[in-house]
Design a protein. Sequence first.
Length: 509
Amino acid sequence: MTTLKRKIPAIMGTQHPDNAMVPFWKTTQNPQITAYREIHEAFENFSELGIDEYMWDWEGKHADAAVIDRLFSTNYDYFIKNQLGRDKFLTFRFPNIWEEKGYSLMQAMTVFLSSEDFAHDLNFAQRPLFEAILPMTQSAEQIFEMQFLFEKLAAFKSETFSRNTMDKNTPYIEMIPLFEAFDTQFHAPEVLKEYLQLHETHFGFRPDSLRVFLAGSDSALTSGFMSSIVGNKLALSRLHEFSRQENLPVYPIFGSGSPIFRGGLSPRRITRFLAEFLGVRTATTQSAFRYDFPLEEVKKAIVELQEKLPFTQPDEISEQEQHLLIEVAEQSTTYYSKTLDLLIPEMQPIFKAFPKRRDRRQHVGVLGYSRAIDGVKLPRAINFTGAFYSIGVPPEFIGFGRALAQLDAEHLSVLIKNYPNLKNDFTELARFVNRDAISVLKTQNDAWRDVEEDILILQEILGIEIGPETREEKQHAELALQLVQTKAGASVALTAIIERMAQLRHFLG
């Protein structure tokens, strides 16, 4: 393989609004982070936490187009020593123009060009921005289209606004496809193979390497936890095989939140993450990871990830095992989807009461998009996850138990082999189950009996105890019962309960 000329960041801080507590850098007691404060947040994450990379998110939210100007103007001395694009990385997540209106895309691309000009005027050695993430990637054509549009925009600016050769912009950006659903993650190698052909035909060369982003949240939201964790592992294995076949370095990014349902990366689960997601080269540390634990604990966890992530070796899953794991995922998705269809309508008061942590556009309508399962619109993954935890039903259980009970010895064996923390995870998750709350829920909707069955099956098969153990977990359980009993009440009251429960479990959702 070719020798890579750039640094691959091990840690990517993101703006996911899943923190329960106030960020360490804020002077007020309000945990919400406005768009205006996100530039300061990015700098604090670079300088105080030692994070390598920070995602600047244009997907479905308000983003400050002056981010580079403000960072350089207010922290010039820091960025002389820690140059963006070389030592530290600000990576844009573009809006997906096939899923939401593209009002922000040209603005985001223009920031690449103006930032290159500014960096040149400051005598910095390289462009501060050179790669971007494409969310919800479906095809090779979409990845290439982003590069083609940028090339045209750069050419237009250079021809129209540049007064001399030195002012001309680099007409090329690198794209990071973000694969979110089970099918797109599994077929990522086929998409990338086609993309390489398009790239070489148009640009006349192959990329030196590829960074590929795998989502941990949305695959769980739409297909269930068992399908999601199986899909992530299949994708990592197949990307490793693709890299070997193409003789091309591939550096997977894994998008993980703190709850196990959304990947399970928190400062207290570093060992678990390193064992479960072998071959990941960049891990996302979302807001809960960075702000819901003591600062020194967070810093120590970041250093450990930076030291160990580059050396984990991806699993090689045989074709036979891949086939078995696909069948496992399909079966669990069926149970999950059918049950969720019946639960989502009555969860709406909890979803609506969830507190906001960032300035976002509406997820549906003119500016946004919505994710759905069987035609039923879903909230964002953070609100979804937190809502189920808040009623004493961690969503990891939904469909998992019944699917596990139906597995024959061969399928069960391959699942356990590829999910080594299965028992440990559910031992922890079981402490957030509230049987009393479920008893109340069953009187309102029979579908909760299926979820209870999932829990009881896992209790029997894995030999785990159900219910809280620590003082904080017992407080969480009491509040879950209170929430279930009053969920039709005032939204303000529900929000206050949700806020307190989030603090107890160290994540909003």
